[in-house]
Design a protein around this ligand. Sequence first.
Ligand SMILES: [Zn+2]
Ligand SMILES: [Zn+2]
Length: 273
Amino acid sequence: MIKITFFGVRGSTPCAGPNHIRYGGHTSCIGIELDDRLIILDSGSGICDASLLALNNPHKEVFLLFSHVHLDHIMGLPFFAPVWRKNMTVHILAGSVAPYGGIHHFLSNTFTPPLFPIQFIDFPANIHCRDFKAGETLELFSNVKIDTCPLNHPNGAIGYRLNYKGNSVCYITDTEHFPGQLDPSVLALIQNSDLVIYDSSYNDENFSTYKGWGHSTWQEGIRLAKKANVKKLAIFHHDPSNTDDKMEIVEALATQEWDGAFIAKQGEVVVLE
Ligand SMILES: [Zn+2]
Ligand SMILES: [Zn+2]
């Protein structure tokens, strides 16, 4: 069984207020429970809400995989309770930071005064950082196999596919597609998977306005999902300008286009079995 919890679904910046209640305002963070093991994808502001789940893990261990290290995907890390507990082990893996000195170097130079009062190296948890190359397969523990691929994003990003006991979930954010050409590495990674969580910041109508910003559209997500024989598509990384009312329109259009699509909402849980 794979249990997926959407702790943060927003791109770019957290959004608070009455217009971002129904779909949620926290930035990217997904919890993935594989029986008694816990993997977390990205530490956007949503990771604060994953703290209890991690603290209760029987192994006292969490694996945090970064798509990349833009601010909206890391900002929650110092507020993730397990990093402050001596009895917790946090494995941090990244595949896009090697050109910038590696993930340990990057986090040590980011979470340090005066940006944050405590240095990353002084966080009390047992923190192990590991860099890998896009395309590598990761085996974090038995029964899980994680395939990776490069995404098209400024400063690089990594797409993931987690395979566990016959089920699979893919995390494809942040990435920009080339109109008229489905990304062959994404297509190969998501082939026949049960669920794809996809960067749907924009739509086909406004996409050209944001050329080079590194994001995709919900329509491209549907095209990829259909071509790759994917069962379900989670429309994800919502642009902050997409208020609840606008998201409702996207939801209606997307589900009309393909009944396998749905909008990822903060707090939503999906179980694959
Ligand atoms: Zn982002
Ligand atoms: Zn980004």
